[in-house]
Design a protein around this ligand. Structure first.
Ligand SMILES: NC(=O)C1=CN([C@@H]2O[C@H](COP(=O)(O)OP(=O)(O)OC[C@H]3O[C@@H](n4cnc5c(N)ncnc54)[C@H](OP(=O)(O)O)[C@@H]3O)[C@@H](O)[C@H]2O)C=CC1
Ligand SMILES: O=C1CO[C@H](CO)[C@@H](O)[C@@H]1O
Length: 397
């Protein structure tokens, strides 16, 4: 048991910026923001200077830095496995963001096109992605380091409080509905199977899937002494922006997806007969929409992660509030808006890092572990099989 933690960050993009803010606010554990590495050393130096996150290093240097305890991976899905294995081999604990693993063209060669990756049979994708997720869990186990799965939804205060109230009720969660949606990712990697390994269902739907698995697992353990798990999945995916009819129409949502879906839905069938329905969509204007509805036998919760209306603002024009930020994926200020008072808190990013720091320094089981990430990967790729083959997929398949 220690009370300090030295963190190395890999990546200097969107998530890395969020993590840099959140690591600075962890309390009760002395977190040293030791170093950052990115695809290029210059980017790491610039990130360190801008955010105050230690110093810039190359990835090799960061992994060789003996004093770093935990590596926080904020890099495209394509490199999650490789960097997790390298960090574990270097004796470092790992926090890997969602999705834990993905199919981005393993086995096709470095020059495979986005189209050839997209054409791979979904069963093969399922097996490859799952093999990677398993390998990550095993590598960390063999090295004796912890693998944390970075699912922020679980630590959103709204979800945490709902889970606490649910535990206090007698009720059973009968139906859950969750979605994360916006109008298209900022990341150029996200449009391409070769980097992301899927579309909206993987990139956005992974969040509600993670939260649902976590909630039903807890509920099962509490009510019947065994985790409630998903046994089969039914799903649909599509890219409605590829429609020729869209040509010439005014379009504010992202377009140009390279074979990945911009919309996906999956029905999770739990072994107690209850259901979870998940949506991931890049077709929803109006900023980040993250919501979880929990319909219990004697209760109901509406967890509004984003937006929520703790603060509503009106501005006659863009620029009324200077260059102030409103919320994720909202660029303008004009009209009514919902500036989130503390987005890192309400999204659960802050709570996630607090939990990682506490679990590591207390040397206890991660509250959000690689095993959960593995299950999410399994469900997403089973969903892709279901969507491709038009059938319900049993997870033993
Ligand atoms: N709520 C959440 O939990 C969120 C999770 N994510 C996840 O975070 C990951 C990154 O996404 P995001 O931050 O949006 O993407 P960005 O494109 O904004 O950032 C990715 C970063 O990784 C760097 N990078 C790419 N390849 C390597 C490599 N081999 N070694 C070191 N650095 C590398 C990139 O450098 P360069 O720009 O030079 O290529 C860039 O700095 C994804 O897995 C995504 O799913 C993302 C957003 C939110
Ligand atoms: O939460 C999120 C917000 O959007 C990003 C880009 O689509 C996702 O990668 C991420 O998981």
């Amino acid at each position: 048991m220690t009370d300090s933690l030295r963190v190395g960050l890999i990546g200097s993009g969107f998530l890395a910026r969020t993590r840099a803010r959140c690591w600075a606010r962890v309390h009760g554990v002395a977190v040293e923001r030791a170093a950052v590495a990115s695809s290029a050393r210059a980017k790491a130096d610039e990130f360190a200077a801008r955010t105050g996150f230690g110093r810039g290093l190359s990835v090799d240097e960061l992994l060789a830095e003996e004093s770093i305890d935990l590596v926080d991976l904020c890099v495209p899905n394509r490199v999650h496995r490789e960097l997790t294995e390298r960090a574990a081999a270097a004796g470092k604990h790992v926090l890997c963001t969602k999705p834990l693993a993905a199919y981005w063209g393993q086995g096709l060669g470095d020059d495979a096109s986005a189209e050839s990756v997209a054409a791979v049979d979904r069963q093969d994708m399922y097996l490859r992605a799952l093999a990677d997720a398993n390998a990550m869990v095993e590598a960390c186990g063999a090295a004796g380091v912890k693998l944390f799965y970075g699912e922020n939804w679980i630590f959103a205060p709204a979800v945490q409080r709902a889970a606490q109230l649910q535990a206090a009720s007698n009720g059973l969660l009968l139906e859950m509905r969750g979605w994360e949606s916006h109008s298209g990712s900022h990341s150029p990697y996200s449009k391409d199977w070769r980097h992301t390994g899927g579309g909206a269902l993987l990139r956005l739907g992974a969040h509600p899937i993670g939260a649902m698995l976590w909630l039903k697992r807890r509920e099962g353990l509490r009510r019947r002494g065994t985790p409630t798990v998903v046994t089969s999945v039914t799903a649909e995916v599509a890219d409605p922006t590829a429609s020729a009819i869209l040509d010439g129409a005014r379009t504010a949502v992202a377009t140009g997806w390279k074979g990945v879906e911009s919309w996906g839905m999956a029905v999770l069938h739990f072994d107690d007969g209850t259901r979870g329905t998940v949506f991931g969509s890049d077709l929803m204007l109006g900023g980040m929409q993250s919501h979880l509805s929990l319909m219990g036998s004697d209760h109901r919760f509406e967890c509004a992660l984003s937006p929520h209306d703790q603060l509503r603002a009106y501005a006659p024009d863009d620029g009324t509030f200077g260059s102030e930020y409103v919320m994720e994926k909202v660029d303008g200020q004009a009209g009514w808006s919902t500036p989130l008072p503390d987005e890192d808190w309400s999204s659960g990013q802050q709570g996630l890092l607090q939990a990682v720091a506490e679990d590591l320094t207390a040397d206890r089981e991660p509250r959000c572990s690689g095993a959960l990430g593995l299950d999410v990967t399994r469900i997403v790729y089973a969903a892709y099989v279901s969507a491709a083959e038009g059938r319900r997929v049993e997870l033993e398949d």
